[in-house]
Every structure is written in C-alpha cells, then in structure tokens.
Design a protein around this ligand. Structure first.
Ligand SMILES: N[C@@H](CCC(=O)N[C@@H](CS)C(=O)NCC(=O)O)C(=O)O
Length: 236
C-alpha cells in the first residue's frame, strides 16, 4: 500500500493521475496547506522541503523498510518503475521521457507557480514580476506547442509520466491568464488527456476539500521565512 500525502493542487494531481493510471493501491492522507500541515515535524520527516506531494511505499520492491519520497517528478519516476508502466524500457525512450519530466519540474511548474503567485496572490501588483513570469509562461506553453506540432499525440512517444507531469500545469491555463486558442497543439493534446477516465479520477481526489485561499492561509503559505507551523501559530 502507498500512502499519498496530498492536497488537490497541480503537483498533487500529477500523482493521483499516475496512481489511477497504473492501478497501484493507495491511501490518501489529506493535507490542508492553508492550515500549515506541510510545516509539521511529522510531515517534514517525509518531505524536508515542506511541500507536498509525498508518498510512503509500505511494500517496496526490495522487501525492505518503507520508502518515503518527496518531489512529484521523483515520485512519478518511482511509480513508473514500480508499476512498469508509462515509461519506456529502452534507454532512448526512457531519457526522452525523463528530459520532459525535468523540463516540467525545472521550468513549466516553477515558472507557472511564480506567474500565478504574482498574478493572483501577491499583496501588490508588481508590473515587472507580472510581465517577467507571464512572458516566461507563454514561452513555455509555446515550447510545448512547437514540440507537439505535426500531429504528435503525446509528449514523449507513447502516453507517459511526461504527459502526466505537464497536464495539471496546462489545466491551470485560465488562472495563469493564458488561452489555449493561442496554442492549438497543446489544446489538442490537452483534450486528449482530459478525456481519459483515469485523469478525471485523479482530478476528483479531494476535490470537495479545495478551498479558496483566505488571509490565514496566505500568511501560512507565503510568510517570509515559511516558519514551522508552531511558529506560524504563535504569530497569530
Ligand atoms: N517541486 C515540488 C513542488 C511542490 C509544491 O510546490 N507543492 C505545493 C502545492 S502544488 C505546496 O506544497 N505548497 C505549500 C506551500 O507553499 O506552503 C514538487 O513538484 O513536488
């Protein structure tokens, strides 16, 4: 059994989608980020970066102690290896998938995260930051669009963890101030994935728990030092 420490956000959806796709049994440990669950000492033992998702695999392949893991890209690769699915077996195919997973982890995710932050959550509108990240978001959507040009259905060969890594960050396009009409190949690819029942099942996990961010959540998530939960509570 795999425990998934999770809140319904783009990085969390990558993992629920993959778990639904590969059919491995899992149990959701529901987190409230606005309450600071990511800063508790217990969670930091699993994910020292204080961010979710994280997993604990209680039945690893080597039969040893449970394996705990953070970083959604690493978790996707782990689950692909464990299930033997959504990652090609040959070296060329594997590294093709890997490079797009890294592109998502190092580029698409962080840049769109900042874009969303400065557009939606920053207490003041900072034109330079908004301009910088919205251009970068557009550029990255353009990179994916150009890559999918010419009728490529999936990002790296067959449907793979590269698609699952990118999908939730394309799903947020409206909130990011982007329209898929400018990126017709991304639009086609997005519709193909959106129609998959397993993707829909992954997106449905914890949906009822999704809440708009209030002032308290904002303080906990965007506090300057991101202190421990206990410290954050003392500051109230
Ligand atoms: N690179 C990390 C990023 C994880 C991440 O930023 N998770 C967000 C939710 S999508 C989070 O835990 N936010 C809590 C916070 O900002 O305090 C990954 O891909 O797993």
């Amino acid at each position: 059994m795999i425990d998934l420490h999770y809140a319904p956000t783009p990085n969390g959806w990558k993992i629920t989608i993959m778990l639904e796709e590969c059919g491995l049994p899992y149990r959701v440990v529901s987190m409230q980020l606005g309450r600071g669950d990511q800063h508790t000492p217990e969670f930091l033992k699993l994910s020292p970066n204080g961010r979710m998702p994280a997993i604990v695999d209680h039945a690893p392949a080597d039969g040893g102690e449970p394996i705990a893991m953070f970083e959604s890209g690493a978790i996707l690769i782990y689950l692909a290896e464990k299930s033997g699915r959504f990652m090609p077996a040959d070296q060329r195919g594997r590294f093709n998938v890997m490079q797009w997973v890294m592109w998502q982890m190092g580029g698409l995710g962080p840049m769109l995260g900042q874009n969303g932050h400065f557009l939606l959550y920053a207490p003041e509108k900072i034109p330079y930051a908004i301009d910088r990240y919205s251009r970068e978001a557009k550029r990255l959507y353009g990179v994916l669009d150009a890559h999918l040009e010419g009728g490529r259905d999936y990002i790296a060969g067959d449907y793979s963890i590269a698609d699952m890594a990118c999908f939730p960050w394309i799903m947020t396009h409206k909130a990011q101030g982007l329209t898929l009409d400018e990126f017709p190949n991304v639009k086609r690819w997005y519709a193909l994935l959106r129609a998959r029942p397993q993707v829909q099942a992954g997106l449905a996990v914890g949906k009822a728990e999704r809440k708009p961010m209030d002032e308290q959540a904002r303080k906990i998530m965007f506090g300057v030092d991101a202190p421990s939960h206990a410290q954050a509570q003392q500051q109230q």
